[in-house]
Design a protein around this ligand. Structure first.
Ligand code: SAH
Ligand code: SF4
Length: 397
C-alpha cells in the first residue's frame, strides 16, 4: 500500500524560524558578483528606490532625482543617460562617470516555430541563464519565464536544470534585467499603462532554479517590477513557482503576495521523495498545509498545482482521486504538464488517454485542470528543458 497522507499538521514555529535562518545562510554562499564594474562604475539596476536616493545623495543630488531616474530606467527603459531629457547635460555626464544602467548581454536568441522565443543571457562574470517568452496565440500578450538561479540544488529527476549543479544565485538586477532585456527585444518601452495591451504582460518565475532558495534577490527584483512608477506589473501578473520550500512560502505570501504555483507532481510521499527530493525535508502534508495558509488564496486568485504527467509513474486514476482529496477546499487549479523530454532523460510523457482520464477526474471534482501543451520544444524552451553549461566559477564569497 502506498503511504497515505491523512493528517495535515502545521510545522512548529521554532522549526520554521531555524529553517529560515539556515536557508538564508546557505543562499548567501552563492552570492552574485558585486554591482561595481571593473572600472568602478556602479549598476543602478537592482537598487531599491531608497538605495538609489542614497547613491544620488552621495554625489550631492536631491531626492527628487531618484524619482526622475527611476522613471527613466524602469518606465522609459533608458540605458543611456544622454537620452534622459529631463536631466541637464552636466548632470547626465556626472551620472555616466559613476553609474551604468546595465542589461545582461544576449549570448544566443532563438525563436521557435510557434513564436516562443528563448534567450541565453550572459551576466558580467560570464555566468549564463535562460529566459523564455511565451506569446499568447490569441491575444496581444504573453508570459516571460524568468530564471532565478544558474542551475539548481534540487535535482528533481525529470528536470534538465536539475542535472546541473547550482553555479550561483542571480542578483536582483539580473532577475529583473531578464525581463527588461526581453522588453528591449520587443521594443515595449515605455511601460504600457492602463488598458494599453502589453505583449510582455506577465512574469512567471519558472525558469532555471528554485526562486525560494534565492528569496532575497527575487523579492527585490519583484518589488522593482511591481513599482507603479516603473514597470508597474501588479502582483496578480506575477507567478512564483516553487518545488515546496515550506518556510519561505509563508514569507513570500506575507511580503510579496504574488500568485503561487506549487510543483506537486506526486500525491504519495514515497514517490515524491524520489522525483522531487526536497519532499524528504518538507513532505506533502506540510506543503499542503502551507498552501492552505497562503494569504489571498481565493477563487479569483487560485493556487496552481503543477503536475507533470509521467507515463506509468504518477498518472493513474487512483492518483488523480488522491490529488483531489489532498487539495480539497483549497481555491486551486491543476496544470497538467505532459513530460517534456530532454537529451538523456529517462521518463516518457503520458499518453493522451491517460492525460484525459486524469484531467476528467480532477475537473469532475470542481477544479480547472488544463493540459498544458508544450511550447517551444524545437528550441528546448519548454518547461524543464532549460539548462546551460555554466559551471561554478568562483568559491563562495
Ligand atoms: N524550481 C521551481 C521553478 C522552476 S521549474 C519549481 O520546481 O517549481 C518550473 C516547472 O517546470 C516546475 O513545475 C517543474 O516541475 C516543471 N518541470 C521540470 N522539468 C520538467 C519537464 N521535463 N517537463 C515538464 N515540466 C517540467
Ligand atoms: Fe530545480 Fe525546479 Fe528543476 Fe526541481 S524542477 S530541479 S526545483 S528547477
Amino acid at each position: 500500500m502506498p503511504r497515505q497522507v491523512s493528517t495535515i499538521t502545521a510545522p512548529t514555529p521554532e522549526l520554521t524560524e531555524a529553517e529560515r535562518v539556515r536557508i538564508l545562510a546557505k543562499s548567501a554562499l552563492f552570492n552574485p558578483p558585486p554591482a561595481e564594474l571593473p572600472d568602478g562604475r556602479r549598476d543602478l539596476v537592482g537598487l531599491t528606490r531608497e538605495e538609489l536616493a542614497v547613491e544620488l545623495a552621495a554625489i550631492g543630488e536631491k531626492p527628487f532625482r531618484a524619482k526622475q531616474l527611476w522613471h527613466w530606467i524602469y518606465h522609459q527603459g533608458a540605458t543611456d543617460f544622454t537620452r534622459m531629457s529631463s536631466i541637464a547635460r552636466p548632470l547626465q555626464e556626472r551620472l555616466a562617470e559613476r553609474f551604468v544602467v546595465g542589461r545582461p548581454s544576449v549570448a544566443t536568441e532563438q525563436t521557435s516555430e510557434d513564436e516562443t522565443r528563448k534567450w541565453l543571457f550572459r551576466f558580467r562574470d560570464g555566468q549564463e541563464a535562460e529566459t523564455v517568452y511565451i506569446p499568447d496565440r490569441r491575444e496581444d500578450r504573453g508570459a516571460v519565464c524568468i530564471s532565478s538561479q544558474v542551475g539548481c540544488t534540487l535535482s528533481c529527476r525529470f528536470c534538465h536544470t536539475g542535472t546541473q549543479r547550482l553555479a550561483r544565485n542571480l542578483g536582483a538586477a539580473e532577475i529583473v534585467g531578464q525581463f527588461m532585456a526581453a522588453r528591449d527585444a520587443y521594443g515595449e518601452w515605455p511601460s504600457p499603462h492602463g488598458d494599453v495591451p502589453r505583449l510582455l504582460s506577465t512574469i512567471v518565475l519558472m525558469g532555471m532554479g528554485e526562486p525560494l532558495y534565492n528569496y532575497e534577490n527575487v523579492l527585490r527584483a519583484m518589488r522593482i517590477a511591481m513599482d507603479p512608477e516603473g514597470i508597474g506589473l501588479s502582483r496578480r501578473r506575477i507567478t512564483l513557482s516553487t518545488s515546496g520550500v515550506v518556510p519561505m512560502m509563508d514569507r513570500c505570501g506575507a511580503e510579496l503576495g504574488v500568485n503561487l504555483a506549487v510543483s506537486l507532481h506526486a500525491v504519495r510521499d514515497d514517490l515524491r521523495d524520489e522525483i522531487v527530493p526536497l519532499n524528504r525535508k518538507y513532505p506533502i502534508a506540510e506543503l499542503i498545509a502551507a498552501c492552505r495558509r497562503y494569504p489571498g488564496a481565493s477563487n479569483a486568485r487560485r493556487i496552481t498545482f503543477e503536475y507533470i504527467m509521467l507515463r506509468g509513474v504518477n498518472d493513474s486514476e487512483a492518483e488523480a482521486r488522491e490529488l483531489v482529496r489532498l487539495i480539497a477546499g483549497i481555491p486551486a487549479k491543476v496544470n497538467l504538464i505532459p513530460f517534456n523530454s530532454w537529451p538523456g532523460s529517462d521518463y516518457r510523457p503520458s499518453g493522451r488517454e491517460a492525460l484525459e482520464r486524469f484531467a476528467a477526474i480532477v475537473q469532475d471534482a470542481g477544479f480547472a485542470a488544463p493540459i498544458r501543451m508544450p511550447r517551444g520544444q524545437d528550441i528546448l524552451a519548454a518547461c524543464g528543458q532549460l539548462r546551460t553549461d555554466s559551471r561554478r566559477t568562483r568559491p563562495a564569497a
